[in-house]
Design a protein around this ligand. Structure first.
Ligand code: UTP
Length: 291
């Protein structure tokens, strides 16, 4: 079985739910305390054994490319000072995380279409998809949990969690049967279900491992919910034919595609930050007294 060493990060969405912040700034570059969301995602991929990452961008997302590049002027400035050495290493380290490639999705035709743009990069290998606005923080990287399931079952794998009944219509809904512990067979799914279409409260949250046969299916997939080519619709074909595996991953997932999700990420990561965490906790305690 081929190892999973490649990943695709679709980051070409318009981020309309985070306007006006995302008018000129890619939502993937929104910081959680001191690091842009997409860096957390790249780090998770690298910790999961991924060596080659294709980030799907579009017009106006050049900042993402700049973030993973070297910055000689900044590095020269930092290298002059002893106490800035750690920052210097961190800044240079970002450009060395992995082999990172960029490709523009020329039209915003949906997540499925964005993934299909990765076809020639992926070739005939299994690969991970990490949605560019879903940050997952935990001791065991979520992408790695999915890769282990792929290695065990040899099928496409979905990263799932249960969502609230009132929220399921905004997500996908999966038909699942237990295998063991946090592993399930998935035989069907539906994107943005109406109340009658809900199959379960298990939903795909930002991570999957796919086999290259997804590309032929994507080519045949017509626009679905929202007029977009939905990755879920293509994966449904795989789930119904070869079957897929769902992993209820550990780790906390933050939705950086909506305003409340961004605030939750900043507060929780801020509280556990090694430098400012304690001061921030004190600040929040004092603030809470006034609420
Ligand atoms: P979303 O639907 O959450 O992103 O797609 P969006 O389109 O930016 O959201 P709105 O406008 O606030 O509703 C999930 C992921 O797929 C990427 C997005 O960047 C996000 O990481 N995506 C979506 C693409 O790469 N291309 C697309 O055409 C659509």
């Amino acid at each position: 079985m081929k190892k999973v060493t490649k990943a695709v990060i679709p980051a070409a969405g318009l981020g309309t739910r985070v306007l006006p912040a995302t008018k000129a700034m890619p939502k993937e570059m929104l910081p959680i305390v001191d690091k842009p969301a997409i860096q957390y995602i790249v780090e998770e991929a690298v910790q999961s054994g991924i060596t080659d990452i294709l980030i799907i961008t579009n017009r106006g997302k050049d900042l993402i490319e700049d973030h993973f590049d070297r910055v000689p002027e900044l590095e020269a400035k930092l290298s002059g000072s002893m106490e800035k050495n750690e920052v210097l290493e961190e800044v240079i380290g970002i450009s060395r995380l992995a082999n990172i490639y960029f490709l523009r999705q020329k039209e915003t035709k949906g997540l499925g279409h964005a993934v299909s743009c990765a076809r020639s990069f992926i070739g005939d290998e299994p690969f991970a998809v990490l949605y560019g606005d879903d940050v997952i923080i935990g001791d065991d990287p979520a992408c790695g949990q999915l890769i282990r399931a792929y290695e065990e079952f040899g099928k496409g794998v979905l990263g799932v969690k249960q969502v609230a009944p009132e929220a399921i219509s905004k997500y996908s809904s999966l038909a699942v049967t237990p295998i063991r512990d946090n592993l399930f067979h998935c035989t069907d799914m539906v994107e943005k279900p109406t109340p009658e279409q809900v199959l379960s409260l298990y939903s795909i949250l930002g991570r999957c491992v796919l086999t290259p046969d997804i590309f032929d299916v994507l080519d045949q997939t017509a626009p679905g919910a929202g007029g977009e080519i939905q990755l879920t619709d293509a994966m449904r074909t795989l789930a119904r034919t070869t079957g897929m595996v769902a992993v209820e991953f550990t780790g906390k997932r933050y939705d950086m595609g909506n305003k409340l999700g961004i605030l939750e990420a900043c507060v929780e990561v801020g509280l556990s930050h090694p430098v400012i965490g304690e001061d921030f906790r004190q600040y929040l305690k004092n603030l809470a007294k006034t609420l």
